[in-house]
Design a binder for this molecule. Structure first.
Ligand SMILES: N[C@@H](CCC(=O)N[C@@H](CS)C(=O)NCC(=O)O)C(=O)O
Length: 217
């Protein structure tokens, strides 16, 4: 049984939950972070979510958690066996962490979570997010998933963020490959359960959704 410490409406927690769902692993999730706060025994020195505990092993940093689950329980599926495919998956995981995080996370925080914003900043981050997601769109040309025909850990980390990017009321450039991929993801039960979670359109709604998700596994 794997324990996940992290609130259900955190995109970083959602990556882990979706991976667990795809791998059909047993888990228990505890509400930690945000309005739920942190227990004194919380094992992640950064006081952010997620953290996972699997027997004697504790892992934090969402990318490391997804890699751990994929490598330990998903060889040949989320963790590609082919070295070239594995390198591609890893590359798009790193891309997600740097490029998408820099452009899109502040945009989401400004539009939904009350980070101070100006029309210029919103415009800049909307433009940059679109420009960067165009790179993912190009990678998805002729492919069902980021590495090819099957879902890998690269789809997990990027797909969790894509839900928010594709559902925010913002202007997006033409992203036909990404739209088709996103549509494919929405048809996966584990994605629908763990990622497609309403987040509201302002801080008040965000908090209501956070509490409404308390205790849901
Ligand atoms: N690099 C970390 C970032 C984790 C992070 O910033 N998580 C956010 C939620 S998405 C968080 O914990 N925020 C503070 C809180 O919820 O208490 C990771 O990928 O795990």
């Amino acid at each position: 049984m794997i324990t996940v410490l992290g609130r259900r409406n955190s995109a970083n927690v959602q990556k882990v939950m979706w991976a667990l769902g795809e791998l059909e692993l047993d888990y228990q999730r505890e509400d930690v972070g945000g309005s739920f706060g942190y227990p004194d025994t919380y094992p992640n020195p950064n006081q952010v979510v997620p953290t996972i505990v699997d027997g004697d092993i504790t892992v934090w940093e969402s990318g490391a958690c997804v890699r751990y689950l994929a490598r330990t329980y998903g060889a040949g599926s989320l963790w590609p066996r082919d070295p070239a495919e594995l390198a591609t998956a890893d590359m798009w995981m790193e891309w997600h962490r740097s490029d998408i995080s820099m452009a899109f996370f502040p945009l989401f925080q400004m539009l939904v979570r009350g980070l101070p914003a100006t029309p210029e900043k919103i415009e800049k981050h909307t433009h940059n997010s679109g420009r960067i997601f165009k790179q993912l769109d190009a990678q998805l040309e002729g492919r069902n998933f980021i590495c090819g025909d099957t879902l890998t850990m690269a789809d997990i980390v990027n797909g969790a963020i894509a839900y928010r990017y594709m559902t925010l009321p913002i202007e997006r450039p033409g992203l036909s490959n990404m739209e088709a991929w996103y549509h494919r993801l929405t048809g996966r039960p584990a994605y629908a359960k763990h990622v497609m979670i309403e987040y509201g359109s302002n801080v008040g709604e965000w908090n209501v959704h956070e509490q409404a998700n308390a205790g849901i596994q």
